[in-house]
Design a protein around this ligand. Structure first.
Ligand SMILES: [Zn+2]
Length: 279
């Protein structure tokens, strides 16, 4: 039985980035292609198996793909500094061309990116893209794409995040849907930075990303999680035994307050502890 606090959120995020990097490498080597959804599913399974009290994933029962367009919603923070809420769309790198072929994906008659933007605006969430990557670049080249204050760890580029507006910029011209273009931008960072890097503290404190290295839009700091989410998480933590039942569970949205969701719901919700104020 795992104990509480044995796995920190950053440890799990780093482990997932590492295994994503490796998986895409081996997928090419052994010619067993791994799609975006497969990688997301494997990461979800890893989170469930980790039974980490600092990272929980909640599957929702009201997801409608046609009108929705967001893979994930992330709530990252804690009760001391509040939570940042992110609307997230995942994209996997195309191994041969080091680009993201489906960035211009349409859902019905609407661009997926427009749906993500609208969802983020309506739900007061920061819109992000999350990239699943592998590249054969050498360390010196990869260091050009490393925008974290911690030392370069190539495999941590396995899962990166960037604000939606960078993807909008990439879509404006041919030849920009590439790893190179999107990862040269200083606010494309390893995803573990969202739970770990102290540079985010200013965003939590000031409620804006202005004058920070984070190019977030729609910043709003929520003092606490929606009650329905925190109750669901409390229920999953068996506090008597000081163990975590599972890192993944389902929640019913029928009683959710309209303060948090209006009409549209994400497919899944991740809740993770932000560590940056303690390191
Ligand atoms: Zn960082």
């Amino acid at each position: 039985m795992e104990r509480f606090f044995t796995v920190r959120s950053v440890d799990l995020f780093e482990k997932l980035a590492f295994s994503t990097w490796q998986r895409i490498f081996y997928a090419k080597k052994y010619k067993i292609p791994q799609g975006e959804e497969t990688i997301t599913d494997l990461n979800l399974l890893e989170i469930a198996m980790a039974k980490c009290s600092e990272v929980q994933v909640i599957k929702t029962d009201k997801y409608k793909e046609k009108t929705q367009g967001t893979d994930w919603e992330w709530w990252i923070g804690n009760n001391r500094i509040g939570y940042l809420r992110y609307a997230v769309q995942a994209k996997k790198i195309h191994q041969d061309f080091l680009n993201y072929k489906t960035l211009k994906h349409k859902v019905g008659s609407e661009q997926q990116i427009d749906i993500l933007e609208r969802y983020a605006r309506n739900n007061r969430a920061i819109p992000l893209y999350c990239f699943y990557n592998y590249s054969e670049y050498t360390r010196p080249i990869l260091s050009r794409y490393w925008h974290c204050n911690s030392p370069l760890e190539s495999e941590q580029l396995g899962c990166t995040i960037t604000p939606l507006r960078n993807v909008q910029e990439a879509l404006q011209e041919r030849g920009r849907k590439k790893f190179d273009f999107l990862h040269k931008l200083h606010d494309t960072k390893p995803w573990r930075c969202l739970v770990y890097c102290p540079s985010l503290l200013q965003v939590y404190k000031s409620g804006t990303s202005i004058n920070t290295s984070w190019g977030f839009g729609n910043v709003e700091v929520y003092p606490r999680l929606p009650r329905e989410l925190s109750e669901a998480i409390d229920f999953s933590l068996n506090t008597d035994e000081r163990t975590v039942e599972s890192g993944l569970f389902e929640v019913q949205f029928d009683n959710f307050s309209n303060d948090f969701y209006s009409e549209i719901y994400p497919k899944r919700i991740l809740v993770a502890n932000y560590l940056g104020e303690n390191i």
